[in-house]
Design a protein around this ligand. Structure first.
Ligand SMILES: Nc1ncnc2c1ncn2[C@@H]1O[C@H](COP(=O)(O)OP(=O)(O)OP(=O)(O)O)[C@@H](O)[C@H]1O
Ligand SMILES: [Mg+2]
Length: 603
């Protein structure tokens, strides 16, 4: 396999070919740097002319001086025009690269397993897509031309220095080389790198702690934990302070030496020039060169200084690209080579085992073990079991949020891995345990981009028992959720999601605690409506309130990731086992208020 590139190389590999534009930007930037030196060269020319005729100023060639003036002006103007061209080219390259990266990331994320997206915090993906990409923009548009310009300036300057006087040029070069080496030892060593990593980590921990402190404020206040919670935040700040001071302590000597040495070039140029002049006091040309060095020496220091800071940007880019790769390296859901289309819609789980991969800690959470059951078409299959027994996991395997570890899931006899992803999505309608509403109108939240008539949306909303409260909203179906104080309660939001699933009218309907928030009357009416809608469909319902699944044709009882019982309510509630214990506890709990007897022990 081809070795994977890193850093900038990898960046261009991802984003396509924009290298030529960047080369143009680099060349223009270097030429601009050269032109920007012309005014200094002109000043040197003027000084030399003046010094040569110092005794008799009337002999100064004024036409020559004027021509130097024009040269300086021309150099500066050309420099600015070239710089403009360079920045234009680099910005075009940057935005093309960004476009390439965003499209590439968005397409890739679209192909990833839905499970990965629900598991990875959306914050992390958002950060990668926004901040890291912004950094890449700055780097390509500004840092690259800047760096080329700075390197070119230093190179041209030293070419001039050496052509004027070898001794003074060597002194300047030695100063710069020693200070750069000092700085390199300071920041680039392995120890320094680890040190910086820890420093950034503490910084991240501190900001995470700050976010948690603010976000968790309601819980903290209600439970009277303000002091304890603040102490945690405070500790993180102190931890950061300790590291920040350590960083200052460690780097201060090196940094001071670097800065002082770099900025004291004149200190070395002066005696060197004096020494040279003392040997030939009448050499006017040497005096002019000496003056040139005194003026331009410090000028060489500032680009070197800039270069050191720009160098930091390169490391940041490596980090950004690494983070992008972390997303791009994830394998998309494999599409079948020759997709099959199921003719029936019953669902069969055959010896399915599944474990969640916890990518952060390299561990696995075993969620399902040898799960087998058959959900027939036109019937309701209910999944029940204690919290954490794997019900939602079973449901999420049907639309391939994850792929099974062992065994297989079949729809109408076809392994779901042989069904095209898009087709599978058409087949399955899903109401999640945690609802998600778009920041959009109620109408759009139910229709989700499909072109359906208002009547159809209303019919679905009526079936889901949400038509009445929608009508009461300020603008009915056109009310935007989250705007002007319109928020839905948990139950209302869930019913909107049920309406969405009803409208999709897919042959398979999976409801994960879809009626959990509904009040008993709404739940009853919703079930009546569902009875109508689910004829010929395969329905899987997950419910904690056992009352709501009594009429299911089949109840699959789960415990610790296994199927422990299957059957109807009538049968299961009479034989001893998990379901009977759950049912007894459930009826005890609902009777509790009347009899005031404690509910019997758990499952
Ligand atoms: N995204 C995930 N990553 C890692 N482990 C998970 C993930 N989701 C669930 N689990 C683990 O898998 C097991 C089964 O979880 P699941 O959500 O399927 O239970 P459940 O029966 O739906 O529970 P509840 O009734 O509370 O909704 C649990 O032990 C849980 O910790
Ligand atoms: Mg669940």
């Amino acid at each position: 396999m081809k070795k994977k590139k890193e850093g900038l190389g990898r960046l261009f590999q991802i984003a396509g070919q924009r290298k030529c534009l960047l080369v143009v930007a680099g060349v223009l930037s270097a030429l601009s740097a050269l032109c920007m030196l012309v005014p200094y060269w002109a000043v040197y020319g003027v000084m030399r002319e003046l010094l040569t005729h110092a005794a008799d100023l009337a002999a100064v060639d004024s036409r020559l001086l004027v021509s130097y003036g024009w040269q300086a002006f021309g150099g500066l103007a050309a420099g600015l025009v070239l710089l403009y061209g360079s920045l234009m080219a680099s910005h075009v390259a940057a935005f093309h690269t960004l476009y390439g990266l965003r499209v590439c990331l968005a397409e890739h994320i679209g192909r990833l397993s839905l499970g990965f997206l629900s598991n990875t915090s959306t914050g992390a993906i958002k950060k990668t897509m926004e901040q890291n990409i912004e950094k890449i923009e700055t780097f390509i548009a500004h840092t690259i031309p800047d760096m080329v310009g700075v390197v070119a300036t230093v190179t041209f300057l030293f070419v001039i220095f050496f052509s004027l006087d070898g001794w003074m040029a060597t002194v300047c070069l030695a100063c710069i080389v020693v200070s750069v080496l000092l700085q390199y030892a300071n920041f680039m060593g392995r120890k320094a790198r680890d040190f910086t990593a820890t420093y950034y980590d503490t910084q991240e921990q501190m900001s995470a702690s700050a976010v948690q402190y603010v976000r968790g404020m309601p819980v903290v206040k209600v439970f009277g934990q303000s002091v304890r919670s603040f102490r945690h935040f405070h500790d993180e700040i102190m931890n950061y302070k300790t590291w920040a001071l350590k960083v200052c302590d460690t780097y201060q000597n090196g940094l001071v030496a670097f800065t002082v040495l770099l900025n004291s070039l004149v200190t070395f140029i002066l005696p060197t020039g004096l020494l040279l002049l003392s040997r030939e006091p009448d050499n006017v040309a040497l005096a002019a060169v000496w003056l040139f060095f005194i003026i331009m020496g410090p000028g060489a220091a500032s680009p070197v200084y800039k270069l050191m800071f720009l160098g930091g940007g390169t490391r940041e880019i490596d980090e950004c690209v690494k983070r992008l790769d972390r997303i791009l390296d994830r394998q998309p859901v494999p599409e079948p080579v020759s997709p099959e289309t199921p003719q029936a819609y019953d669902i069969e789980f055959r010896h399915v085992s599944f474990a969640y991969e916890n990518s952060g800690q390299q561990t696995r959470t075993e969620a399902l073990r040898d799960v087998s059951f058959h959900a027939r078409q036109g019937e309701i299959t209910a999944l029940v079991g204690p919290s954490g027994s794997g019900k939602s996991t079973v449901a999420s395997l049907i639309p391939r949020f994850w792929d099974v570890g062992e065994g297989s899931i079949l729809i109408g006899g076809v392994d779901i891995r042989h069904i095209a992803q898009e087709k599978l999505m058409d087949l399955v309608s899903f109401v999640f345990q945690d609802t998600f509403l778009f920041y959009d109108t109620i109408y759009e939240n139910i229709a989700v981009g499909r072109h359906v008539s208002r009547e159809e949306v209303e019919r679905a909303a009526r079936a889901a028992q949400c038509h009445d409260f929608i009508e009461r909203l300020p603008e009915g179906y056109d009310t935007r959720i989250g705007e002007r104080g319109v928020y839905l309660s948990g139950g209302e939001a869930q019913r909107v999601c049920v309406a969405r699933a009803i409208l999709k009218n897919a042959p398979i309907l999976v409801l994960d605690e879809a009626t959990a928030f509904a009040d008993p009357e709404n739940e009853y009416r919703m079930q009546q409506a569902l009875q109508e809608l689910i004829r010929d469909k395969t329905v899987i319902i997950i419910a904690h309130r056992l009352q709501s699944i009594i009429s299911a044709r089949q109840i699959v009882v789960m415990k610790e990731g296994r199927v422990v019982q299957t059957g109807t309510h009538q049968v299961l509630s009479t034989v001893s086992g998990t379901y009977k214990r759950m049912w007894d506890a459930y009826t005890d709990a609902t009777r509790w208020e009347l009899t005031n007897q404690p509910a019997s022990a758990g499952y």
